[in-house]
Ligand binder design. Sequence first.
Ligand SMILES: C[S@@+](CC[C@H](N)C(=O)[O-])C[C@H]1O[C@@H](n2cnc3c(N)ncnc32)[C@H](O)[C@@H]1O
Length: 276
Amino acid sequence: MTRDEFKFLQALMQRRAGIALWSEKQYLAELRLAALAPELGCHGSDELLARVRQGDRQLELEVVEALTTSETCFFRDIRPFEQFEAVMLPALMRSRAHARRLRIWCSAVSSGQEAYSIAMVLARRKADLPDWRIEIVGSDISRAMIARAAAGRYTHFEVQRGLPIRELVEHFRREDEDWSVSKALRDAVDFKVVNLVEDVLPPGPFDVVFCRNVLMYFDLPTKSTVLTRVARTLAVDGYLVLGAAESVVGLNSGLVPDPANRGLYIRDPAPSLQPA
Ligand SMILES: C[S@@+](CC[C@H](N)C(=O)[O-])C[C@H]1O[C@@H](n2cnc3c(N)ncnc32)[C@H](O)[C@@H]1O
């Protein structure tokens, strides 16, 4: 890949997904495009890039999707799911006792494991939530990932990563070499394609927003823009959950770390103390 082609890719990823494609990623980008080109009927990545440069929007989307990182697993990093069950859920069950409604959004859900993990936690607590209307939205920029998430079919390797045996037995059934999530779990999550940078976001208010392991791919201004947009969808007393290596510190988003719970973020109470 020439220097010029890589610069074009960097600009494309920045413009379409907000993703900063660092120079160290050039080798990886070359590998991914070389694998993608024949699938799209191109003789190599130069032809693929040439067609994208000529304005083929379909191929452009394929390239953007191929260059995003979709690494995920069930109950990834476990702590956010423990906090969901032990901290967020009890607080929300108290504050929403009258409305009996909960809305949760996984905003970079990749192939769906994060949203299904939340649905499994909620299934565990089903008896405490009789008649509650619970909505889980899972979204991602990648159409391919959203299609996989909605299908809810995972390889043996994928279910071995992080999924407790109890949940595997209760919510999955074997299908040939793979495992499929139960219809109940699939019906619990509404999957859709949403680009956090440029699309209209799912309408709030959400009580909990998971935005994990995606901000780390954005440059500083894009992080601020995305966080500000996401913060607007959050209920006044809602929670934002970021990835372990991410934080709102230094970003002007209207969110602050929850002083009582490391890793959770809440709306900044300070502005409401300021005189109008
Ligand atoms: C590393 S995965 C994280 C998945 C999951 N949240 C987790 O923590 O396991 C990052 C996901 O962010 C998605 N993504 C990247 N840029 C995005 C954007 N602009 N809008 C929405 N999703 C984006 C990618 O497609 C990918 O599925």
